[in-house]
Design a binder for this molecule. Structure first.
Ligand SMILES: NC(=O)c1ccc[n+]([C@@H]2O[C@H](COP(=O)([O-])OP(=O)(O)OC[C@H]3O[C@@H](n4cnc5c(N)ncnc54)[C@H](O)[C@@H]3O)[C@@H](O)[C@H]2O)c1
Length: 283
């Protein structure tokens, strides 16, 4: 099976980037969110990014930019948006109950040939699919931020995901010019589990007074050739998201993933990072 038309649920940071990426590769994409205000804001951001990073840098013409934007259609009504698509990519809030309910509903409404993918960065695909009648067409399709630029896609195979779903999704990801790694379902998969441990440990090192914020980040950047230090990254992703990931990994995998007490304090104090203009750094 070949994927031609897709629907992206959620027009936030990830959903809007994924829609831009898909439309840039010549596919029509239906972008869904709760209201037109969010959708229009998302499309304006996509337009600005295409203008600043592609048109102004002579990577594409203004006409091509217009064609990309025309391929992104906005929908408040999910039932309308899923009509006639080959794949639905979910990028709504990172909440198990919300995602489970969403996949139960999509499973009831979409033809059983339609692939249902989740962009979750940590939650179990098997559990997300647990209330669906056709869990074989449910898969994890984990993009990275910013989706149009980052090269990797982590494909997560749930316990019931079929080989056909895996192969079709892999082909689609490769058509988007991404490199795919295939992993079995496990909390945090490969990438989120590893990056959480690094960032959480950096926060513990800070808490113990071993080194300052700048020293920790500079050490990681220059010693390991990382483009960004772990505290800078935690601020970028949001300290709140790392706290949720840590709590989820602790619940599922054990106490070695316990979030640093300093991470909890930062979140309680509203120091979420770039989002609140204050985290480990000031913005
Ligand atoms: N931000 C990242 O760096 C990143 C990276 C990889 C994966 N993810 C994952 O992607 C998903 C989305 O993350 P995000 O950072 O884009 O979140 P976000 O908060 O920026 O966007 C989520 C969007 O979903 C919308 N939404 C919520 N419920 C909805 C519903 N029922 N129907 C339609 N739209 C709905 C919200 O209005 C919001 O616009 C999460 O599962 C997250 O773990 C995030």
């Amino acid at each position: 099976m070949e994927i031609k038309k897709t629907c992206v649920l959620g027009a936030g940071t990830m959903g809007s980037g994924i829609a831009q990426l898909i439309a840039s590769h010549g596919f029509t994409v239906h972008l869904v969110d709760l209201n037109m205000e969010i959708l229009n804001r998302a499309k304006e951001k996509i337009k600005r990014d295409i203008e600043n990073f592609l048109v102004k840098k002579d990577k594409i013409s203004r006409e091509q930019a217009g064609d990309i934007l025309n391929r992104i259609l906005l929908f408040e009504n999910r039932d309308e948006a899923i009509k006639g698509v080959d794949m639905v990519i979910e990028a709504i809030f990172e909440d198990m109950e919300l995602k489970k309910g969403m996949f139960r509903d999509l499973d009831q409404k979409c033809d059983k040939k339609v692939i249902l993918a989740s962009n979750t960065s940590s939650l179990s695909i098997t559990e997300i699919a647990s209330e669906a009648t056709h869990p074989e067409r449910i898969i994890g399709l984990h993009f990275f931020n910013p989706a149009p630029i980052m090269k990797l896609i982590e494909l997560i195979k749930g316990m019931n995901t079929s080989e056909e779903t895996l192969n079709t999704t892999k082909n689609f990801a490769e058509q988007l010019n991404k490199v795919v790694v295939i992993v079995n379902d496990s909390p945090g998969f490969v990438t989120t589990r590893l990056i959480y441990v690094l960032c959480n440990e950096a926060i513990n090192i800070l808490r113990e007074g071993v080194a300052s914020v700048e020293e920790i980040d500079t050490a990681c950047k220059l010693a390991f050739n990382f483009p960004m230090g772990p505290l800078e990254l935690s601020d970028l992703v949001s300290n709140e998201i790392y706290l949720h990931i840590g709590e989820y990994l602790t619940k599922e995998l054990g106490s070695k993933y316990l979030p640093s007490p300093l991470l909890k304090q930062m979140v309680n104090a509203g120091l979420l990072g770039r989002k609140t203009k204050k985290g480990f750094y000031k913005y």
